[in-house]
Design a binder for this molecule. Structure first.
Ligand code: XLS
Ligand code: NI
Ligand code: NI
Length: 448
């Protein structure tokens, strides 16, 4: 068990590689359902699920909340002589954790990995140094980068926004940061690059030119896309919708809003959606609604896997645990063809009072098990065919004859009206059978 680490020092010495032990196991540090090599449908579990660890929550967050100070003692911080050295230790711990957990991917913000310097040039130099280390550790740990991003919300200079800041100078500074973060993502072989518009929105319309800010956002994203493509980036750009927090209103409110924005600005060829469960909830939607909406537009990309606390109105970022939700999500994802460049990124944090080193492992194990269960249920629903068959049949009147003509745009409103009148009294009272389908879903949930 000992000596299993990839950096210069072992930071989780009491914990070895997390094994799969099956549903009967009472070992909290083992998978009960996530069996990476197990085949589900045509692919292995690990290739369906493409789990990623979020650098920021797992290795940077320390339990601080608006009412209290840090509770998590990170052993990798102690003894470091400079912020850069602390970042190196943190990185060693991160890759040790990810490889012990057996996740294939990770995601990061520039500032999670490397400290801000005294100038943009120094910040970039710090990032380049840490990226060099990450490249080696990725190889040693067998871990890949799902996506990178720039933190354009923590520093005070971004208090009025980044790409949508009313001061041009700040927009330009944000560009310097994004350029460096794109370079880092390319260098690390990242399969995606994410934009989450933390402060791209407004606190009050009394001081905001909304039209101009949205145009600036579109311009900024286009420039970033063009730069990355010029540098040879082949991956996917993601927008991660969230309705609010920290702003009163974020321009990337929800999936439907982002689809409209991307299409309006000609960005829908390069950008897809990165959907976060907790953000869906804050927007007043089910997680599966957001997934289905993105998939319907052909713009589904990736997932920030977490859950909210339905009675709270903020981004609690808890680890996913509901089989009902993971099954619904995986059913939609499988129907959309599964992940290509995307994956399930645990944008989730352990609670402030989860202070044991093993809590971080246990949280991820639970999240991975929950999605493994969801995947198996979803595959069961597809194999059995009753639910998809029901939906297909429900729309079968569009499969031929006048219904098919309507779909192809071959009927005028007059023709449609005449067909309607001739069929009067024959249609409309077909049961949607929602309760039957919900009961079926519950049976699949129990594996019956
Ligand atoms: C915050 C977001 C953030 C993004 C990455 O609410 O979820 O963590 O995923 O910037
Ligand atoms: Ni997120
Ligand atoms: Ni979030």
């Amino acid at each position: 068990m000992a000596d299993f680490y990839v950096g210069n020092k072992e930071y989780f010495p009491k914990i070895g590689k997390i094994p799969y032990e099956g549903p009967e196991s009472d070992n909290p540090l083992a998978f009960k359902f996530y069996d990476p090599e197990k085949k589900v449908g045509k692919k292995k579990m690990k290739d369906h699920l493409r789990f990623a660890v979020a650098y920021w929550h797992s290795f940077c967050a320390d339990g601080t909340d608006p009412f209290g100070s840090a509770t998590h003692q990170h052993p990798w911080i102690a003894g470091a002589k400079s912020p850069l050295e602390a970042a190196e230790h943190k990185m060693d711990a991160a890759f040790e954790f990810i490889s012990k957990l057996g996740a294939e991917f990770y995601c990061f913000h520039d500032r999670d990995m490397a400290p801000e310097g005294a100038s943009p040039a120094e910040s970039e130099k710090n990032l380049v140094t840490l990226v060099g280390r990450a490249k080696k550790l990725q190889k040693a740990a067998g871990v890949k980068l799902l996506w990178g991003t720039a933190n354009l919300f923590t520093h005070p200079r971004f208090m009025n926004g980044a790409a949508t800041n009313p001061e041009f100078g700040v927009v330009a500074l944000a560009a310097a940061q994004v350029k460096a973060a794109i370079d880092a993502t390319i260098e690390l072989g990242g399969q995606g690059y994410t934009f989450w518009g933390g402060r791209e929105g407004y606190m009050s319309l009394l001081n905001t030119d909304l039209k101009r800010e949205k145009e600036h956002l579109a311009r900024f994203l286009s420039l970033a896309r063009d730069y990355a493509r010029k540098q040879g980036f082949k991956g996917v750009f993601y927008i991660e919708p969230k309705p609010m927090e920290p702003t009163k209103h974020q321009y990337d409110y929800d999936t439907e809003t982002v689809i409209g924005f991307l299409k309006t600005n000609g960005l829908d060829k390069d950008f897809r959606l990165n959907i976060e469960a907790n953000h869906a909830e804050l927007a007043g939607h089910d997680f599966v609604h957001e997934l289905e909406t993105a998939a319907a537009a052909g713009l589904f990309g990736s997932v920030d896997a977490n859950r909210g606390e339905p009675r709270n109105g903020w981004d609690t970022d808890q680890f996913p645990s509901s089989y009902y939700e993971t099954a619904q999500a995986m059913y939609t994802i499988l129907n959309a063809g599964g992940f290509t460049t995307g994956g399930l990124n645990f944008d989730a944090k352990i609670r402030r009072n989860s202070v044991d080193p093993q809590d971080l492992f246990i949280a991820h194990i639970g999240g991975m098990d929950a999605f493994a269960v969801g995947l198996e249920i979803a595959q069961r629903i597809i194999n059995d065919g009753r639910i998809p068959g029901f939906v297909k049949k429900r729309y079968s009147s569009f499969g031929s004859g006048d219904g098919a003509k309507f779909e192809k745009g071959e009927l005028s409103l007059e023709e449609l009206a005449a067909i309607g009148q001739s069929g009067y009294g024959k249609y409309g009272l077909t049961s949607g059978r929602q309760e039957y389908l919900e009961n079926l879903f519950n049976q699949y949930l129990l594996g019956l």
